[in-house]
Design a binder for this molecule. Structure first.
Ligand SMILES: Nc1nc2c(ncn2[C@@H]2O[C@H](COP(=O)(O)OP(=O)(O)O)[C@@H](O)[C@H]2O)c(=O)[nH]1
Ligand SMILES: [Mg+2]
Length: 306
């Protein structure tokens, strides 16, 4: 999916500073990548929110790869691209729906505004295109308009939805959705939840309750707990991921809003510091703006020369 030309066009700002440093620093025969250039590169990586430790780690790897006996190895542009790609490959793992579980339960969590509901809508579209029947569980009973927003996505993607009636609490809405999915032979349930700050303990407790209720329905569920992270949050997104993982256990990540940020370097920090797979990247609000995460394609997009 990421091979769509729109993917490249949508992340023009990402690491653009790095591109310019590399372009201006690498001499015609690519032999003189100076210490000054390394310093400039370091600044650009930090500005892209790669973070201090990951920046040092990346540049060390590049230095290790420079082999004066092999002039082909001296093109720092490609060396950095290779190092980045190798790092990103460690977190590349697509979402696989195991049909042995019916329904396959995907719980979606994250802070307010990260893009959970929008991602669920796009994901419903992707999954139905791959011959899965999908049901959406409107577990955000907290924010006004959240149920309507998900109902719209259900209508656009022609998927079923279970929404709360009256003052139902999120756990019971999701439980109803699971029972309904079982009765109807639905393949995948995508459960939305209310946005919560990872620091709000009451809301984290509610998430724990949701997980308990889901596992009462099927002890192996949720089969996937996806944390949605907004890339524009930079290093704060990394802190959110650590806190959510500690509190409720996360199985994978979706990183959104890569279209709107020059700080997308957070993906590199995520890859180095967390051992969580990234399933998808989002580059906009439209249904076609969700891309399965492929390290090589993403690294190519980052380092594209135009
Ligand atoms: N530019 C951009 N906007 C996005 C993306 N994903 C979601 N949004 C927008 O971000 C806002 C919050 O999204 P929403 O799904 O409601 O977040 P939630 O509170 O986590 O459910 C909405 O206006 C979305 O249209 C993305 O990848 N890029
Ligand atoms: Mg929402």
């Amino acid at each position: 999916m990421t091979s769509k030309p729109s993917f490249r066009k949508k992340i023009p700002k990402f690491l653009s500073g790095i591109k310019s440093v590399i372009k201006s620093s690498t001499s015609a025969n690519n032999l003189n990548f100076s210490e000054t250039s390394f310093e400039q590169l370091e600044t650009q990586l930090l500005l892209a929110d790669v973070g201090v430790e990951t920046t040092m780690w990346l540049l060390d790897k590049v230095r290790q790869k420079i082999n004066p006996k092999n002039s082909e190895n001296l093109n720092t542009y490609y060396l950095l691209q290779n190092v980045v790609c190798e790092l990103l490959q460690q977190i590349e793992a697509p979402l696989l729906i195991d049909k042995k579980h019916q329904p396959y339960v995907v719980l979606v969590v994250g802070v307010n505004g990260a893009g959970k509901t929008t991602t669920i809508g796009k994901l419903a579209s992707t999954l139905t295109q791959n011959d899965n029947s999908v049901l959406l569980a409107a577990g955000d009973t907290f924010r006004a308009g959240a149920v309507e927003q998900l109902t719209q996505w259900a209508s656009i993607t022609q998927t079923k939805i279970v929404a709360p009636s009256g003052n139902a609490d999120p756990a019971s809405v999701i439980f109803d959705a699971l029972q309904s999915s079982l009765a109807q032979g639905v393949d995948v349930v995508l459960a939305d939840t209310a946005g919560r700050l990872h620091t709000t303990s009451g809301l984290i407790e509610q998430l724990k309750k949701i997980k308990r209720v889901i596992s009462r329905f099927d002890y192996s569920a949720p089969h996937e707990t996806i944390l949605v992270l907004d890339a524009t949050q930079g290093q704060n997104a990394l802190n959110q991921a650590k806190a959510f993982h500690e509190a409720i256990g996360i199985s994978s990540l979706v990183v959104t809003k890569l279209d709107g940020t020059a700080k997308g370097g957070i993906l590199l920090a995520i890859a180095r510091e967390l051992s969580l797979p990234v399933r998808f990247l989002a580059t906009g609000e439209n249904i076609s703006d969700l891309h399965q995460f492929e390290a090589q394609v993403f690294a190519n997009a980052l380092f594209a020369k135009n």
